[in-house]
Design a binder for this molecule. Structure first.
Ligand code: NAP
Length: 250
């Protein structure tokens, strides 16, 4: 099985699969982080060369099934997986994460992309917490009037060409109480983030609600229309059913 990862969900599912007999898993990572977390199964790193490259990879190594557990915003990889599996005639399961839903007290605004988030910050100086990938934050150089707190898994290098920025290097999970203290300490008045879903990065959302801080949420990209489940348990059930079908020669 080829597991397309890069998320904590993928790491957990890989661990669950490693403990079960009958599954031979290769986990694929894009290679975005300098020091990826240890993984419980064999890993390969780097792109495949688009949908065509992935289709060839599946055929050459004779994979039976592909499981897409990439991040909800990794839209290109998910689209390539759908196209490659259709080409190579391999079954594909997408493991999705439901988006967070706003609740009373939340001050969320959906924006189409980073450019719209920058426009929504306005001209007047804001204290902005950027909870985005280090490649996405560079666009904020276009709005140097703001005071930024930038958090990323790896350092943002070179630093942004803006006069006021503080950099925090940290990896989820983040707990709501710690997030509240962090946002208050930096006087943050607006957050730019992705609607990633799941508990590990929700702390900042709960903290924003408690502090009355506005959140600009990048809209989720569209996902391809493929068979999908939510959560590791459902994915394991689907994979077990497939394995039994294969053993019975169905
Ligand atoms: P993306 O824009 O959808 O993918 C860009 C390219 O990176 C793909 O076309 C593919 O290159 C390569 N790639 C992506 N995921 C891969 C994987 N699991 N294995 C091998 N190649 C992969 O995705 P992204 O936004 O760059 O995200 C990269 C990785 O970071 C994903 O695995 C994702 O789960 C993880 N991640 C992303 C976010 C986020 O917010 N975007 C957050 C946390 C984790 P080729 O076309 O050459 O095959």
């Amino acid at each position: 099985m080829l597991l397309l990862g890069g998320t904590a969900d993928a790491r957990r599912l890989a661990g669950d699969l490693a403990r079960r007999p009958g599954f031979d898993v290769l986990l694929s990572l894009a290679g975005r982080t300098a020091h990826p977390a240890p993984q419980p199964v064999p890993v390969r790193v780097g792109g495949f060369g688009g949908a065509e490259g992935l289709a060839r990879f599946l055929e050459d190594a004779d994979f039976d099934v592909v499981v897409d557990v990439t991040h909800p915003y990794a839209a290109i990889m998910s689209r390539n997986a759908a196209e490659a599996c259709a080409r190579a005639r391999r079954p594909l399961l997408a493991v999705r994460r439901a988006p967070w839903e706003a609740q009373a007290g939340d001050r969320w605004r959906d924006v189409d992309d980073v450019a719209h988030a920058i426009a929504a910050l306005g001209q007047a100086q804001r204290r902005v917490f950027l909870a985005l990938g280090r490649n996405e934050v560079r666009a904020f150089e276009a709005a140097p009037q703001h005071i930024y707190v930038v958090r990323s898994v790896d350092p943002v290098l070179p630093p942004l060409r803006v006069p006021h920025a503080t950099y925090l290097v940290a990896r989820a999970p983040f707990e709501a109480g710690d997030e509240e203290r962090l946002l208050a300490a930096h006087g943050v008045d607006i957050i730019v983030a992705k609607n990633s879903g799941g508990p590990s990065t929700y702390g900042k959302m709960a903290a924003a609600r408690a502090l009355g801080i506005e959140v600009l949420l990048l809209r989720r990209p569209l996902t391809p229309d493929v068979e999908a489940v939510e959560g590791a348990q459902a994915a394991l059930a689907w994979l077990e059913a497939r394995r039994h079908e294969a053993l019975r020669g169905v």
